[in-house]
Write a protein that binds this ligand. Structure first.
Ligand SMILES: [Zn+2]
Length: 271
């Protein structure tokens, strides 16, 4: 995972150069660069590519060079290495990164103490990168950890079921609370706005981008980041699926798709 996360750092650095843009536009640029990279690795059909291209046309042309250059190329490298680790074996394996106990050990050792915990249900790589880029632009110290939480089936349940073994109630709110205790944070928050949009099953990519209010999510987080260091993470991301229905967003998709982000969750610290 280490090499793929350094690609992510490069993407965040490039994104921070767009940091003065409203986050909804910055986010759309990041999302489209990952989607474009995903489609080119997936052998997408002309119709599927055209669907994304019409979305890219709604972005001011000044940013096309970055979207299709640096961001796209680093997204390609990131996806190649992530896909390699997700699909290298046909047998369903449960890596140690899928074990909460293992993750907590890593975080205790490497993160130590933070001011607050924010768990965003279903937050995926593009949302995390967009927020990291925006915070990096305001000269905050942004760290993406080399560890990911692996969620082989891409569902909240895969994570929350493990909480019962730790004597906790099995909902995501208690995962946030567990992280709070482990990292001696003052507060923990769980937010479901991204997951609620993804659960409108088969939400097309343009509907998804229209429904997702990154500005609101960013402002809610920024409220805490102003006074505290904050760890932001999720339970799983989402998948971008390309099939006969076109391009849409879901999570827990069972087959390979252009973006298989429901199988991973990142850990981001804003200091
Ligand atoms: Zn969900």
């Amino acid at each position: 995972m280490h090499s793929s996360l350094s690609e992510l750092e490069r993407i965040i650095e490039a994104t921070s150069s767009l940091g003065s843009l409203p986050i909804n536009i910055l986010y759309k640029i990041v999302f489209c660069s990952f989607a474009k990279a995903g489609l080119s690795l997936f052998n997408a059909t002309d119709d599927q590519k055209a669907e994304l291209e019409s979305l890219i046309k709604t972005i001011p042309p000044t940013f096309k060079g970055l979207l299709e250059g640096k961001l796209y190329l680093n997204a390609l490298k990131f996806l190649r290495s992530i896909n390699l680790s997700l699909w290298k074996t046909k047998k369903p394996i449960i890596p140690e990164e899928a074990n909460i106990h293992f993750i907590l050990n890593f975080l205790r050792k490497n993160v130590g103490k933070v001011g607050g915990i924010i768990v965003l249900d279903c937050a995926s790589v593009p949302e995390m990168v967009a927020m990291a880029g925006k915070f990096a632009h305001t000269s905050r110290n942004v760290v993406v950890y080399s560890m990911i939480f692996a969620n082989p089936i891409g569902t909240t349940k895969f994570l929350t079921e493990q909480l019962t073994y730790l004597g906790r109630e099995s909902t995501l709110k208690y995962y946030a609370q567990l992280l709070k205790e482990e990292l001696k944070a003052a507060f923990s928050i769980k937010k479901s706005s991204i997951d609620l949009i993804v659960h409108k099953y088969g939400v097309s990519i343009s509907d998804f981008l229209n429904l997702l209010n990154m500005q609101e999510i960013f402002e809610q987080i920024n409220h805490f980041v102003k006074r505290n260091s904050v760890l932001i993470t999720s339970d799983h991301g989402y998948d971008l699926v390309a099939d006969e229905h076109g391009l849409y967003i879901t999570h827990g998709y069972k087959r390979e798709s252009p973006l298989n982000f429901s199988r991973i969750a990142l850990f981001l610290v804003i200091d």
